[in-house]
Design a protein around this ligand. Structure first.
Ligand code: 4AD
Ligand code: MG
Length: 441
């Protein structure tokens, strides 16, 4: 430390405006360096933003000029200088650099692997631990954080109690084909949770309205732009609620998240070149169409879908493209849905379930519905689905001791973020994605 720094406050780039005209220190990394004869323009990043520095040869000590000139991309540093308003600069401010202390200089012989030139996606994914520093990835993860905060605030503000559900579970929730099995001590095995729903069907009988929010696992063999093997799901569950009630909840929930991101993450959406006018249209009411109507619409558009089949990703895209906001498709054939779905009393071959499909080709972001509350029917379904009854005894108890109609849904955070950010693939919406062929870094 030189004398110059005594009494100099260390500030973040996001707060630099408050220090206009003052000498401050920034701790960060070298993002880029432009050299133009006797002036250097280093761009610093510190996790809160980017700031251009200006180093004029005639106004700094010779060795400071040389040190900055020799800086390599992503070297860590502490820069000291005066903050000055500069309308043409990205954040509106620049730093007249007086000194730079280098904490670690990235060596020329082993330079930072991610350069401004184009890299292939596999290369970037292999370097995900570094790629996170780039402005696009930074913007996406900031949107993700905002989505998560909005999710929590909405549910906390609507009378829900957060209950964390287990990750090691003894049985399947969403079908046995996507279970990750793990050994569980002697002679026993467990499965990584596919959903916390079954447990929150228990907790709502204690609290009325609950939600869980955590990592969820699916051994998905599908290699699509919408599937991860580990993703984060938020699942609200409500006692005494019907399918209609939770469709209304889903509508308010989605709108509040979209509004919140529009209000607080404009800058990030701009970095991502997201067309926000599409998001501004997301207001209630959302269209609600039955599965029957959705199938008719799809057939007219040339889809191969037959009544009774589940929608593929392409079908979801086609349904969604007719609407400027999310569409709720309800009452699917029971045969394509999970064992716990309450049948429609008018047409028992249908399940009182709903999928919310995002516009702009993003497909399903929410899945949910009303749950079976009658013991005999639930028992029958467990048998039909060849599920081990022993593992569900506790779940059956909920139908013996004060059963009530109840409903809920799950929203995948990554699908939501992909849509809000306008991304092609969910892999960029989580810091370290897990997919069929990716477990590293
Ligand atoms: O439709 P899903 O499978 O529903 C359930 O798990 C219910 N138990 C939820 C409930 O009612 N409490 O999954 C819900 C949502 C999907 O709409 C999607 O957003 C996300 O979770 N999702 C995935 N996201 C990324 N990768 C995957 N493999 C996903 N599978 C589901
Ligand atoms: Mg689903």
């Amino acid at each position: 430390m030189t004398d110059l720094k005594v009494g100099v406050p260390t500030v973040t780039i996001s707060h630099a405006a408050q220090f206009d005209g003052r000498t401050v220190a920034l701790c960060g990394w070298l993002y880029n360096l432009r050299k133009s004869g006797k002036i250097l323009f280093p761009i610093f990043r510190d996790g809160t933003g980017l700031m251009q520095g200006v180093v004029v040869k005639s106004t700094v000590q010779e060795e400071v000029f040389q040190r900055v000139k020799d800086l390599t991309q992503e070297s860590s540093l502490r820069a000291t200088g005066k903050i000055r308003a500069e309308p043409r600069a990205p954040g509106g401010y620049e730093m007249d650099v007086a000194d730079v202390e280098v904490l670690q200089r990235v060596p020329e012989e082993d330079p930072y692997p991610i350069t401004p030139k184009e890299h292939g996606i596999e290369f970037l994914m292999d370097h995900r631990h570094l790629w996170l520093r780039s402005s696009r990835q930074h913007a996406i993860l900031r949107v993700r954080h905002e989505v998560i905060r909005a999710v929590r605030d909405y549910l906390d503000g609507h009378g829900f109690t957060l209950v964390d559900t287990p990750i090691l579970t003894p049985a399947a929730c969403e079908g046995t084909t996507t279970l990750f099995e793990v050994p569980y001590f002697e002679d026993d095995k467990a499965y990584l949770a596919q959903s916390g729903q079954l447990y929150n069907e228990a907790t709502i009988m204690a609290f009325g309205k609950t939600y869980c929010f955590g990592p969820t696992f699916r051994a998905e063999r599908s290699k699509t732009r919408r599937h991860l093997t580990e993703f984060w799901m938020v699942e609200p569950e409500v006692a005494f609620a019907t399918l209609d009630d939770i469709m209304e909840l889903a509508e308010g929930f989605i709108c509040s998240i979209v509004r919140r991101v529009l209000a607080n993450r404009r800058q990030e959406l701009a970095t991502l070149e997201r067309d926000v006018s599409q998001l501004e249209k997301v207001e209630p009411p959302f269209p609600r169409i039955s599965y029957d109507v959705a199938v008719e619409r799809l057939q007219k558009k040339g889809s191969e879908i037959r009544w009774g089949g589940d929608f593929g990703g392409g079908d979801e895209t086609m349904i969604g493209e007719d609407f400027d906001r999310p569409v709720m498709v309800h009452r699917y054939p029971a045969q394509v849905k999970a064992f716990y779905m309450q049948p429609d009393p008018q047409r028992p071959e249908l399940a009182l379930g709903v999928d919310v499909l995002a516009p702009e080709g993003y497909g399903e972001i929410i899945g949910g519905g009303q749950r079976i509350h009658a013991l005999d029917l639930l028992l029958r379904r467990i048998e039909e689905h060849k599920l081990p009854r022993e593992a569900f005894e506790w779940y059956l108890d909920l139908r013996k001791y004060g059963a009530v109609p109840h409903s809920g849904f799950g929203m995948g955070i990554e699908r939501m973020v992909a849509w809000l950010c306008g991304l092609e693939h969910v892999r960029e919406t989580i810091a370290f994605p897990r997919m069929l062929y990716r477990l590293r870094p």
